[in-house]
Ligand binder design. Structure first.
Ligand SMILES: C[S@@+](CC[C@H](N)C(=O)[O-])C[C@H]1O[C@@H](n2cnc3c(N)ncnc32)[C@H](O)[C@@H]1O
Length: 320
């Protein structure tokens, strides 16, 4: 089996410092909010995998359908020797790319979740012992230094995760991705598409309550990491469609008036009954919007594929 390298690109306490900063900023502003990356401790990563198997959660199945159909075309268009994957999670759908790229030498999964990275790398190496896996524990919103693996590179960002960034954050992020691309490198971007509101809301508010548990997990992370006396059971899961911004919002709504004490931050956070904390946006896209955002970041859309029902899209782009 080839060696599996795991590199932490963040200083030892960077995660703790970033969490403290985000909690301090997000819980003292109005309306309250927290960034979605804090869902993904080991339990959160497990819950996300459960979400991908729910009947209501179509994005994973739709994106898998496109990858299954189009991986040979992606391989022919890119000739990639290195596959970099941002927010790789379980790397489950990535297998279509790994199996289709004939010249692939290295796989570089990048994620904030160490448990997701090690689990994925161990499973991949058990199936493909000769694959060279260099996993990076890193925050893809903070600029990335990639290992010196051979080009051309294909940088994949799947799962519609780009929709979790707000428009201004997306602009900065796409520009930073552009700096990773040498001539001949490509970005493969998964975007969920605008569709019927009921279908969208169901995907984020499933009957079994798995997404509700995933949403509340962010409070479990804040309680464990910062010693906050917050009970996730005091909050209700909310998923709604924002028609103007064309995004789904997940929120946590306080069931009654309460206070959350976070001694580590010397902070007491009051919630009114019914007050909501925004935990995620998940923007939905249209082809023109994706093309425009890529062009603004210095990239050019070369291919656009959707699943047969037109629910989800994969874009291939190169530096312009
Ligand atoms: C919606 S899941 C998608 C997982 C997988 N790509 C898929 O398509 O099923 C988002 C993934 O991105 C990771 N993630 C979220 N924010 C991140 C950040 N700022 N930097 C690095 N990874 C992040 C999470 O840990 C999680 O594995």
């Amino acid at each position: 089996m080839s060696p599996f390298l795991l590199t932490r690109t963040l200083p030892e306490d960077a995660t703790g410092a970033a969490l403290r900063g985000d909690v301090l900023h997000g819980l003292t502003r109005t309306p309250k909010s927290l960034p979605p990356k804090w869902f993904y401790d080991a339990r959160g990563s497990e819950l996300f995998e459960e979400i991908t198997r729910l009947p209501e959660y179509y994005p994973t199945r739709a994106e898998r359908e496109i990858l299954a159909d189009r991986a040979p075309e992606i391989a022919a268009a890119t000739g990639a020797k290195t596959l970099v994957e941002l927010g790789s999670g379980s790397s489950e759908k990535t297998r279509y790319l790994l199996d289709s790229l004939p010249d692939l030498q290295s796989y570089v999964p990048v994620d904030v979740s160490e448990s997701a990275l090690t689990g994925a790398a161990e499973a991949l190496l058990a199936e493909r012992p000769s694959l060279n896996v260099h996993a990076l524990i890193a925050d893809f919103t903070r600029g990335l230094a990639l290992p010196g693996t051979p080009g051309p590179r294909l940088v994949a960002f799947l799962g519609g995760t780009i929709g979790n960034l707000l428009p201004g954050e997306r602009e900065v992020f796409l520009r930073s991705v552009r700096t990773l691309l040498d001539p001949g490198d490509f970005l493969l971007l998964g975007t969920d598409l605008v569709k019927d509101e009921a279908v969208l809301v169901r995907a984020y508010d499933d009957a079994a309550g798995v997404t509700a548990e995933f949403n509340k997990n962010v409070l479990a992370v804040v309680a464990r990491e910062l010693g906050a006396d917050v009970d996730p059971g005091d909050f209700d899961h909310v998923a709604l469609w924002d028609r103007d911004n064309e995004w789904i919002e997940m929120r946590l709504r306080a069931r009654s008036a309460l206070t959350v004490k976070i001694p580590e931050l010397n902070l007491v956070v009051p919630f009114e009954a019914g007050e909501e904390l925004r935990t995620e946006v998940s923007a939905k896209f249209r082809q023109d919007g994706v093309r425009t955002e890529l062009v603004a970041a210095g990239m050019e859309l070369t291919h656009w594929w959707t699943d047969k029902e037109g629910r989800f899209a994969l874009s291939l782009a190169t530096a312009s």
